[in-house]
Design a protein around this ligand. Structure first.
Ligand SMILES: Cc1cc2nc3c(=O)[nH]c(=O)nc-3n(C[C@H](O)[C@H](O)[C@H](O)COP(=O)(O)OP(=O)(O)OC[C@H]3O[C@@H](n4cnc5c(N)ncnc54)[C@H](O)[C@@H]3O)c2cc1C
Ligand code: SF4
Length: 538
């Protein structure tokens, strides 16, 4: 195998975690090379694919490429080898730019208390950094991503500066919720979002077409190709359709090289003075575990036996109902407001906290509406004007809530390697053991009770709760950060305790899940690691 690629910084993965760090490191004059298993996406073609797809799931714009295979929402047991007792339902995609292609774009910060859950509430673990340590990087991340938000609104996370853009306007539906809930425990607030509310960063403002998942046709919504392009402009090289299959440890304990396989079947090795694995919280441990060797018998960076453990998500309680009057969903981004004041309190000694997302997407998530609404009514025998009026009445009143629950870190919830099944690159498929503890289940129950109260305040009818505990697409915790090498995989700079020149970026390093959607925190932590990474180039 030839050593085909060398750089100061070798980054595995071009998602937001890797791309944002790569862009900053390249701008410092360091040579940067990315290994990326996926292809580049043509936005126009991807939009066409989505519109023509018979099954509309988050991955429908991004066909599953055999040499960069990923999980699919509607066939969740194909790629993940699940051993139960619960199914892990969150997915990701493998393309240049990573999973931000089909993220929603919610960009809340964690709360200060999220960093010290153990100290304050005796549950989970503390982070090795505080909110104050991360705050300047949250502000920088909001500027990098381009977040629209209301700087005057107190969302519980103190700010040292303003959002770069004004908030995305609340919809008529949001305002209906806000006025019905005024004076109750449920405070409706505009949610900060990684999408343009005004022309910004050479990208247009959001025009409200409601297809953010799986794709923004006009790139008003941020995706990591923004930072891939910035990295390339600063000289970085992206090796697409090139999958890292193993990390090799040298005599000095550092990562000496990385084995890769190209989509055409050829193989090679790459090396960097510093190696960053930013392959997302499922693929990062998968790669480290697949790199077991004499100098790292349990897998790379796994002397603590924590790699792959503590897998978390924000399990979602999904509920839907019919509003008493038209509230006009299906307009604007998929969610523009939420109830954010339930994310902290003494109750966290006993049960998980949650935030409530107010959907602008009618019943499309739980039932496949509005297409299914029309076909159900037609099946009931309605035709012509009568059918038209019924569709209008029902779709104008469809409302849904999803609560994102704080899940506990649990060492038994883990990713390992399947002993038999391998992907087209010869890498074992991920095996997942997953469950919810009492703390998390009590959070789910409390969310359901809250949804009932919210719907009651609106005078809504036909309330339904999903029998399935949904995933939120938030994969967290598999290479945890800590201050003790015995119980964590990386330190506060996201540097491996075992290999000085190895950094692991992304939500895999979060010690606890908190309730904020993770990507802004991923970006802030990546920005915070840049100086430590640059200083490690010898
Ligand atoms: C439907 C959905 C909605 C979401 N909405 C939100 C939201 O509103 N707000 C929020 O904060 N978060 C949201 N998320 C989560 C968010 O998308 C992720 O947290 C984020 O994109 C993760 O970024 P990352 O860079 O760590 O990983 P990724 O973006 O997944 O990037 C990892 C990259 O590594 C590449 N890769 C993987 N393995 C290898 C390998 N062996 N060799 C080479 N390359 C490799 C992949 O192809 C990929 O490009 C959502 C997720 C989903 C699924
Ligand atoms: S509503 Fe449309 S324009 Fe706005 S972010 Fe979503 S997909 Fe893009």
């Amino acid at each position: 195998m030839a050593n085909d690629i060398t750089a100061d910084i070798l980054i595995i993965g071009t998602g937001v975690a890797g791309a944002i760090a790569g862009a900053k490191l390249a701008a410092k004059g360091l040579s940067v090379a990315f290994l990326e298993t996926g292809k580049r996406i043509d936005r126009y073609e991807a939009v066409e694919k989505f519109w023509n797809a018979k099954i509309k799931v988050p991955e429908s714009a991004y066909p599953n490429d055999p040499t960069a295979s990923h999980p699919l929402t509607h066939r969740i047991e194909d790629f993940y080898q699940q051993t139960g007792p619960e199914l892990f339902r969150s997915t990701y995609i493998k393309v240049v730019g990573g999973t931000t292609w089909h993220w929603l774009g919610t960009t809340l910060r964690n709360l200060p208390s999220d960093f010290k859950l153990k100290t304050l509430y005796g549950h989970g673990v503390d982070w090795p950094i505080s909110y104050d340590d991360l705050e300047p990087f949250y502000l920088a991340a909001e500027n990098e991503i381009g977040v629209a938000g209301d700087s005057a609104e107190d969302l519980g996370s103190p700010r040292s500066g303003e959002f770069p853009m004004p908030q995305i306007p609340m919809t008529y539906l949001d305002k209906h919720f806000a006025s019905a809930l005024d004076g109750t425990a449920y405070q409706v607030r505009a949610t900060p979002q990684g999408r343009n509310s005004v022309f910004h960063g050479d990208r247009p403002e959001c025009c409200g077409n409601n297809s953010c998942i799986p794709i923004c046709p006009i790139q008003a919504k941020y995706d990591a190709t923004v930072h891939v392009a910035l990295a390339e402009q600063a000289g970085a090289k992206v090796h697409e359709q090139t999958t890292a299959t193993g990390l090799n440890v040298g005599e000095d304990g550092e990562i000496a090289s990385v084995d890769f396989r190209r989509a055409d079947g050829t193989t090679g090795t790459a090396s960097g003075k510093v190696v960053i694995v930013a392959a997302h919280a499922l693929e990062t441990p998968r790669l480290l575990l697949n790199s077991a060797q004499e100098k790292a018998p349990n897998g790379v960076s796994n002397s603590s036996d924590q790699v792959g453990r503590n897998l978390m998500d924000h399990p979602s309680r999904l509920s839907w109902a019919m509003a008493a009057e038209p509230v006009w969903p299906y307009r604007g981004p998929l969610a523009t407001s939420g109830i954010e004041n339930l994310r902290d309190g003494e109750f966290r000694k006993e049960r998980g906290a949650f935030r409530i997302e107010i959907g602008n997407d009618g019943h499309s998530w739980p039932t496949g509406a509005p297409t299914t609404t029309a076909s159900d009514l037609a099946a009931q025998g309605l035709r012509g004007e009568e059918l038209d009026a019924a569709i209008k009445d029902l779709t104008s009143r469809q409302i849904r809530l999803a609560s994102l629950i704080e899940q506990s870190p649990d060492a038994e919830n883990r990713v390992t390697l399947d002993p038999k099944k391998r992907d087209a690159n010869g890498v074992p498929l991920p095996r997942i053991h997953y469950d919810f503890d009492e703390y998390t289940r009590k959070g789910l129950d409390a969310a359901e009770a809250a949804h009932n109260e919210v719907f009651a305040a609106l005078g809504a009818t036909d309330v339904q709760h999903s029998s399935v505990i949904q995933g939120s697409g938030h994969i967290i915790g598999t290479v945890r950060m800590g201050s003790d090498a015995g119980s964590a995989v990386v330190d506060a700079d996201q540097r491996s305790f075992d290999h000085r020149n190895l950094f692991l970026l992304g939500s895999g390093t979060f010690p606890t899940s908190a309730t904020a959607n993770p990507t802004l925190t991923i970006a802030a932590l990546s920005l915070r690691s840049v100086d430590a990474i640059a200083a490690s180039v010898k």
